[in-house]
Design a protein around this ligand. Structure first.
Ligand code: CMP
Length: 142
């Protein structure tokens, strides 16, 4: 089915100057970028986005990392976009990520792992709405 998913290029990957390389991976995988912007998250924004992890031991480190520099946030659209995006990202822990995936190529550790992607259609809808209004999303007509 035609789906949308939500993507973040995290501060480590922005600092490595690989935004374009990662966009190329999305487009090569037939994921269309239908909304995009750069943001430097506030502590409140990062805490809200990752609220489901608030009791996890890595939460403070996660919020600190995600606010350490600008990120790129995107909405990606395509057939089975949620799963396709997860496949090209690779495992959360780059040590477990398959060769050729974004985490294998660009991530240094489970904490600084280059990209985020929604894990299901329901979380995608919530995460997209957290960052984008309807008017900011531009579905392709051709
Ligand atoms: P992300 O998909 O952005 O969602 C939460 C992030 O927490 C995750 O990617 C990892 O970068 C980070 N993290 C750190 N430690 C862990 C862990 N043990 N399990 C899951 N995520 C972790």
């Amino acid at each position: 089915a035609l789906e949308r998913t939500f993507s973040i290029i995290k501060p480590d990957a922005v600092a490595k100057n690989v935004i374009g390389a990662i966009y190329n991976r999305f487009e090569s995988a037939k994921l269309r970028i239908v909304a995009s912007k750069m943001v430097h998250l506030s502590k409140e924004q990062a805490e809200g986005f990752y609220a489901e992890h608030s009791e996890r031991p890595f939460f403070n480190a996660l919020v600190s990392f995600m606010t350490s520099g600008p990120v790129m946030v995107q909405v990606l659209e395509g057939e089975n976009a949620v799963l396709r995006h997860r496949e090209i990202m690779g495992a959360t822990n780059p040590a477990e990520a398959l060769a050729g995936t974004l985490r294998a190529d660009y991530a240094a550790s489970i904490d600084e792992n280059a990209v985020h992607g929604s894990d299901a259609a329901e979380s995608a809808a919530r995460e997209i709405a957290y960052f984008f209004s309807d008017e900011e999303i531009c579905p392709r007509t051709r």
